[in-house]
Design a protein around this ligand. Structure first.
Ligand SMILES: Cc1cc2nc3c(=O)[nH]c(=O)nc-3n(C[C@H](O)[C@H](O)[C@H](O)COP(=O)(O)OP(=O)(O)OC[C@H]3O[C@@H](n4cnc5c(N)ncnc54)[C@H](O)[C@@H]3O)c2cc1C
Length: 506
């Protein structure tokens, strides 16, 4: 059987589109199957963390992201009198993001529909085939590829691909069909979150902000439109698939807030719980999972895109290398090894947030104590770094403090005469980068056999104590040459072989 595509991506949400763009930019023939007829317009994420934003900039979409953020800020300003969107919090305890290890790596105020539009346009411009009203209903894999059954308006279809990526969300069909284990803890609460229309009277009656009460939590925020949310700790929803209704949201907000608020219209919304589960591995043979398909959790603190898009950025270049045949042994399995612990941490931090939000006296006392601790700068720094992904560090076999971290989008000075450029402008599309910060010709010569897979840039950048670093296409620092240190060719060659396979001679 011949394969029709190198990779089929199930699910055209943010993670599926991001992965498809990564793969296509690296020269892979990719097809996206999306069961919805039209893009999802309901707002889930109102903002995204810095790793998600850096991954999107790595696709060359920095200007689009900036324009979307400016438009969102203008809408916020009209509605609330101030720009900026959601603030950083942990279980409703607000945190000062300027205390992060690198405060420039900040949350970006772009909501999910706007992000999906940017990614969908980019996918189209790259020539990615996105087929709507195509639902994955079956699959089977063998040594050469995966057969995928698809339900379409024109009838059933069977496709063949070398690899199938399940980016089909929290209730993933691919995860189920491919037999992935999905371990974790059941839900204990019901969260309701709606974008609504309120009368002026209702807007005055309901206090703005995040409130803990004796019945749970309610939130009244105005980001682009009025948004009302509640959390009640009386068990998971009876029917987790039932859509949110106006009456249900209104009754819950009334119960929790004690305000007899009237909601005029529910524009969009979600019911969720705090079930926290994770696929036990992200790869079974030729089937891989990314984003919510690989991990589900309560959406507390807005972290889903930060983790999901970083999954896609981690997987994209590795899968492309596998398809192109140059991936070193075990490269694809480093996807699970690196990303599984990150989502395990995410699940735990959402469990901790649920514990801090409960209305019982013990949890209230815990919350007060925790809020007091966040007055200590190192505590806040630790939490903001965790939430924004700045504490992510993969094992890359180098003990330099920067090795294994995801490098920020550094402005590069002198890389291109007369033009402002950043690291993400030069990185990605399936290629690594040697960043030479001190004009070390012997280092640049060292990567010559890998020049088809690794680019080079000589520039100045704000990185203290470093002469050169090797970056993987996802921005992970794979090797570091400290300032003034002797160059050891075997150390760089070892890192190049680990991530980029054998070099080419002659
Ligand atoms: C109320 C709420 C608020 C949130 N707020 C934030 C926030 O502020 N910040 C943040 O970062 N995250 C937030 N999140 C989380 C974020 O929305 C998710 O992490 C994100 O949507 C995950 O993207 P995904 O592409 O993995 O999955 P999804 O967005 O669920 O996309 C999956 C896609 O797959 C399609 N699909 C499903 N099954 C099939 C099939 N069998 N065949 C073909 N297609 C299929 C679906 O139609 C869908 O388009 C929030 C979530 C909720 C519910």
């Amino acid at each position: 059987m011949t394969n029709d595509f190198d990779v089929v991506v199930a699910g055209g949400g943010p993670v599926g589109l991001m992965l498809a763009c990564e793969l296509r930019a690296a020269g892979v023939a990719v097809l996206v199957l999306e069961r919805r007829a039209r893009p999802e317009r309901a707002v889930k994420a109102g903002s995204m963390g810095p790793l998600a934003a850096e991954a999107v900039r790595g696709l060359g979409l920095g200007a689009e992201l900036r324009a979307a953020e400016e438009a969102a800020n203008e809408r916020d300003l009209r509605l609330t009198g101030k720009p900026g969107g959601p603030r950083e919090h942990f279980g409703g305890i607000f945190l000062d993001p300027s205390l992060a290890s690198d405060p420039d790596r900040r949350r970006v105020r772009v909501d999910q529909p706007a992000l999906e539009d940017i990614l969908a346009r980019h996918a189209r411009s790259l020539g990615v085939d996105v087929r709507r009203e195509h639902e994955v209903t079956g699959l089977s894999q063998d040594g050469d590829g995966v057969s995928v059954d698809v339900a379409t308006p024109a009838g059933a279809l069977r496709l063949r691909c070398a690899y199938l990526a399940g980016c089909d969300g929290g209730r993933s069909t691919v995860r189920e069909l491919a037999g992935f284990g999905f371990a974790g803890t059941p839900g204990s609460l019901t969260g309701r979150d709606g974008v609504v229309r309120l009368s002026e009277e209702a807007r005055r009656a309901l206090p703005r902000g995040f409130h803990h009460t004796e019945r749970g939590v309610f939130v009244f925020a105005g980001f682009g439109a009025d948004r009302v949310a509640s959390v009640e700790f009386d068990g998971p929803p009876a029917d987790p698939a039932a859509p949110l209704t106006l009456a249900d949201l209104e009754a819950s907000v009334r119960r929790v807030s004690g305000v007899e608020v009237v909601i005029d219209e529910l524009l969009s919304g979600f019911v969720y719980t705090d079930e926290a589960r994770q696929a036990t591995t992200y790869r079974r043979g030729r089937v891989l999972l990314a984003g919510d398909a690989a991990h589900v959790y309560a959406p507390f603190g807005g972290q889903g895109l930060n983790v999901g898009l970083a999954d896609a950025a981690n997987l994209g270049w590795k899968l492309a290398a596998q398809v192109h045949g140059w991936a070193p042994a075990g490269l694809l399995d480093t996807y699970t090894a690196e990303r599984h612990p990150v989502a395990a941490g995410l699940l735990d931090n959402t469990r901790a947030q649920a514990a801090l939000m409960r209305p019982d006296p013990q949890s209230r006392a815990l919350r007060e104590l925790f809020a007091e601790f966040t007055g200590l700068e190192p505590v806040t720094r630790r939490i903001v770094d965790m939430k924004t992904g700045q504490s992510v560090r993969y094992a890359v076999g180098d003990d330099h403090p920067l090795a294994g971290t995801l490098c920020p989008d550094l402005p590069l000075d002198g890389a291109v005469a007369g033009a402002a450029t950043t690291l993400r402008d030069r990185l990605g599309r399936g290629r690594g980068l040697l960043l030479d910060l001190a004009g070390r010709a012997e280092v640049r010569a060292g990567i010559a056999p890998w020049s088809a897979r690794v680019g080079t840039v000589t520039a100045r950048a704000k990185v203290d104590g470093v002469d050169a670093m090797l970056l993987r296409p996802d921005g992970c620092v794979a090797w570091v040459l400290p300032q003034g240190a002797a160059y050891r060719a075997e150390a760089l060659t070892g890192a190049l072989r680990t991530w980029f396979g054998e070099g080419e001679t002659g």
